[in-house]
Every structure is written in C-alpha cells, then in structure tokens.
Design a binder for this molecule. Structure first.
Ligand SMILES: Cc1cc2nc3c(=O)[nH]c(=O)nc-3n(C[C@H](O)[C@H](O)[C@H](O)COP(=O)(O)OP(=O)(O)OC[C@H]3O[C@@H](n4cnc5c(N)ncnc54)[C@H](O)[C@@H]3O)c2cc1C
Length: 494
C-alpha cells in the first residue's frame, strides 16, 4: 500500500525532478518511510519529517542543490551524522534536508604540513585513524567521535574531554570550502595556519548550519604523545576536589583532561558498571597527563602531591591501558548510568569560569534541596564545562516542570557568573529561546544582521541558533533512559 502519511509539500515536490538531475535517482529520498528515518538528531523530543532528503556526493552537487533552494526560496537544513544534542539538524517539514553522509573521502593526509583534508561526512575518529600511521591524530574528541562527522563538529564547534589542553574544533581548522546560502562555492583559508583579513573561518565555525554548508575541511593534526597517564583522586567533599583543580592549574601544570564527578554520579556509575571508585568519596577527579615521558612523570608527581594537599584521601594511577580504561569507564558511563537511579533526566550543558565552579556547584545543591529535584554532577572541571543531570520521576505530578525550572535556573547561574548557556552541545532549536538569557536584544539583532548578510531570505537552517518569537512559547523537552547511540555501543556520553 502506498504510504500516504507525510506527503511532500507542493513547493518541495516541484523541486524533486531537478534535485534528481543534480544528485541522481538514488540521491533523493521522497518516500515518507525513508524520510522519517531523518526526523530528529540526538535530541529525539524534537521531530519533523523533512520535505525531501538529498544525499549529494560532491561539493558541486551541494552548490547546485543550495542554488536551487535560493532560486525557489525553499529552506534547507545541513545534516552530518545527526548526533547533535541541541536539535540543530532538526529537518524543516517544507524544506530540503541536505545530508553529507555520502561525502566521506579523506582527500589527503599531509604529515609534512601536519594537516589533513577531508570531506564533511568523514567521521572524527576516521581522521585520527588515517593520521596514526604518520604518528599523528586529530585532537578534538567528542564522545560521539566514532560516528559524528567533521562537518557537524565544525558547525557545532565541538569539544570533548581533552579540550582543556587541546582546545575546541575552532583551534584545529585551517581551511574550509563552503557553499554559501546563495549557492556559491567559496574557499576560506588553506593549509597555512593563518590567513589575512577577517576571520571568516572563525565566523563559520559554530554557526550551526546557518551560514551555509562546509564541503571540504582542512584540519591541523597533532603528534601522538610519547606517554599518557591517568590518575584518579578521591575527596570527601566537592570543595576539596575543586580546590585541587585550581591548585593544579595554578601550579602551571596543564593536564589534557580534568574530569569531576559528585557522590550521586559516582553512585549511579557504581550501580551500572561497578567501576570500583574509592568507597566514601564525595567527589572524584580524573586527571590525564600526556606529552614527553620525563615531563609527564614530573607532572604526575606534582599532581599527586597537590591532590593530597587539597585533601584527597586516595589516589590511583593507571598502570596500563586496561586500568586507564577502567578509570574512564565510570566517567564515560555516568550519563547512561543515571537512568538506573532516575526514571527521567535532563542533560544540561553550560559553562562557568573555572574560579566560579565551587560557588556555582554550591548553588546547584541549594537549588536541588529547595526544589526536591536531585542533580548529579559530571563535568569537565578543567574548563568549567558543566553537565548537570537533573533527575525526576515523570510519573510524579509537576516533577517535570520543577526539573525544567531547576535546569533553566542552572543556566541562569552560569550566565550570572560570566559563563554561557551552552558549552559544547550548541544552541540549535533546543536552546534558541534561551539566547536572550545571555545576550541583549542589540546583541541578537547584530548576530541576525550578520546572518542576513549571507542569507537575506533566511533559507539556511531557519529557526535554529537565534530566538524566533513564535517558537519560544514552546516548552523544552526531556530525555528518558539511555541515549540510543550509547546503548548501541557506538558512542560514550560525557
Ligand atoms: C552520545 C553522545 C555524546 C556526545 N558527546 C559530545 C562531546 O563530548 N562533545 C561535544 O562537543 N559534543 C558531543 N555530542 C554532540 C554531537 O556529537 C556533536 O555536536 C557533533 O559535532 C555533531 O556532529 P554530527 O555530524 O552528528 O552533526 P549533526 O547532528 O548532523 O548536525 C549538527 C549541526 O551541524 C550542522 N551541520 C552538519 N554538517 C554540516 C556541514 N557540512 N556544514 C554546515 N553545517 C553542518 C547541522 O545543520 C546542525 O546544526 C555528543 C552526542 C552524543 C549523541
């Protein structure tokens, strides 16, 4: 029986023959059941069936598709692997979903210039795999790195556990080929690390598909470290753990990662994966150091001493890769693990300056006590990127609303302390309405002016990133249970 649900809107249907000329028969999906596969990204409570899905294989095809959209005023939404956690790749029901999953060529690995040139659909981890034989890797490491695309990383300015030392995606992109919303294919930067003029690469990175489509990316590669060590330190209070973080940085040591978990997060992780963290810990720190072997040994001694001085009652250093993986296991499974101690939860993503961490964590505890909503804290302590897990029971009347209030109040706290409403998961459609918490109307109007300069008709990923009054009346949603990618073993959730 023909699938009559989710018919293709007339304006999109009119484009289909020309889209087929550009991308070929099998590069255009019109069947409703196939379009439905693309109805959300990692935030599954926002869903829209795309008008049509196109799967181009070359930059020229992308330019032709976008040019057609510009000519007809039909909106388009770029999509990489669809792992985003802010609804950035949520399709437009009357638009074209432009998916880069068939643009997966590693064009070149150039060890002499310490860079690689890749198509946007290449997975993050595949860049590291291609660079490994030359003694290099691609440093940005979101936990979704096995599946997420470099194009998506660029659009989200993705981070990961190791950005404390190595920085976010923006610190590793040297060149971009971009199809702008009028369908022009332009080249920004190249293999050299600096180019004169305005930083258009910087403007494109983190623009969440609103300034066009990246079709080719030149990324810097980082030398594989000679030695990596992982240390676990347990504390009887969050304050003591926070003190250790400050002392490590103040001493001039720059670990590649400093991660922190509170008692509730530890309890959840123990229940799920028996990670064997020290009993009675109110906080644990995971500190990873890498670099030349002699330097790492000296830093390890210093970090161990500083943790003890700040009140750590036990420290462990991984002797080998297995022990290192075991230490990380509790941390990496913490998000999924809270599903065992709470029927529903909201994963927040906010940032505060490192010096405000203790104060903000204390206020989160107070918010939790005042509202009766439990909050587990698992976060990138080194760079102040918080991922509070706001736990509630959706069977309890009003609990969801209170959890959302707590979640929103945590973002307000981040902004009050000079931080941000998002650290690494982007704004998308999920947090667009929260932008006014951080930016004045003038700031937002300025962002919009810039966006309109490149996209006067507003066809590139509309309703994302900047607040749209009509949509800002809607309530944000919540996640229940383990994320499907985590469950399938293809990603770990930080
Ligand atoms: C389990 C899990 C763990 C995660 N861990 C992390 C983490 O540690 N750190 C982190 O930063 N993020 C993390 N994320 C979020 C997500 O993986 C990243 O934001 C990732 O970069 C998204 O890539 P993607 O290819 O899936 O992009 P998509 O979700 O497909 O798209 C994301 C945004 O990019 C735009 N876009 C995609 N491709 C292009 C292109 N070629 N040109 C222009 N715009 C484009 C889309 O329009 C959308 O706005 C995690 C997600 C999951 C599910």
């Amino acid at each position: 029986m023909p699938d009559t649900a989710d018919p293709i809107p007339a304006a999109v249907a009119a484009l289909v023959p020309r889209l087929r000329e550009i991308c070929g028969e099998d590069g255009v999906l019109t069947d409703a059941s196939r379009r439905r596969v693309y109805d959300s990204d990692g935030i599954t409570h926002h869903r829209e069936v795309p008008g049509v899905v196109v799967l181009p294989t070359t930059a020229e095809q992308v330019a032709a598709v976008v040019g057609l959209c510009a000519e007809t005023g039909v909106p388009f939404v770029p999509r990489g692997a669809g792992t985003g956690l802010s609804g950035g790749a949520l399709p437009h029901p009357e638009g074209v979903l432009l998916t880069t999953s068939r643009m997966r060529r590693i064009v070149e690995v150039d060890p002499d210039n310490e860079c690689a040139v890749v198509e946007p659909g290449v997975t993050n981890l595949d860049v590291s795999r291609a660079a490994a034989p030359y003694g290099y890797y691609y440093a940005p490491d979101p936990s979704s790195q096995q599946v997420c695309s470099v194009g998506g990383n660029v659009a989200e300015n993705s981070g990961g556990a190791h950005c404390l030392k190595y920085g976010f995606t923006v610190n590793h992109v040297r060149g971009l080929d971009v199809v702008t919303p009028d369908g022009a294919l332009v080249r920004l930067g190249g293999k050299a690390s600096e180019a004169p003029g305005h930083d258009l690469i910087g403007a494109f990175i983190g623009s969440e598909g609103t300034l066009g489509v990246a079709t080719r990316i030149t990324v810097g590669l980082t030398r594989l470290p000679e030695r990596t060590v992982t240390l676990l330190a347990a504390f009887t209070s969050m304050d003591a753990g926070g003190r250790a973080v400050g002392d490590i940085i103040a001493a001039g040591v720059l670990p590649s990662a400093i991660e922190m978990m509170d008692a509730l997060a530890i309890e959840a992780a123990e229940a799920a994966v028996a990670c064997d963290y020290p009993a009675g810990a109110a906080a644990v720190l995971i500190v990873e150091l890498d670099g030349p072997a002699a330097e790492v040994e000296a830093e390890l001694a210093e970090v161990t001493r500083l943790c003890a001085a700040a009140g750590s009652f036990e420290t462990r250093t991984a002797a080998d890769a297995d022990e290192r993986a075991r230490i990380w296991k509790g941390r990496k499974s913490a998000f999924a693990a809270v599903g065992r101690i709470s029927p529903s939860y909201i994963v927040q993503d906010g940032v505060v300056p490192r010096t405000a961490l203790s104060e903000v964590l204390r206020r989160i505890t107070e918010l939790s006590e005042e509202s009766g909503i439990r909050v587990a804290n698992v976060f990138h302590a080194g760079d102040g990127n918080l991922h509070p897990l706001v736990l509630f029971d959706d069977a309890e009347p009003g609990a969801g609303e209170r959890a959302e209030e707590v979640s929103g109040a945590i973002l307000d706290l981040c902004v009050e302390h000079g931080g941000s409403i998002t650290g690494e998961h982007g704004v998308g459609v999920d947090k667009a309405c929260k932008m006014p918490r951080m930016y004045s109307p003038d700031d937002l109007a300025t962002f919009d002016l810039f966006r309109r300069a490149l996209d006067p008709e507003g066809i590139a990923n509309p309703y994302k990133l900047l607040p749209t009054p009509r949509l800002c009346g809607e309530r944000p949603g919540v996640r229940t249970g383990v994320h499907p990618l985590v469950e399938s073993g293809r990603a770990e959730q930080f």
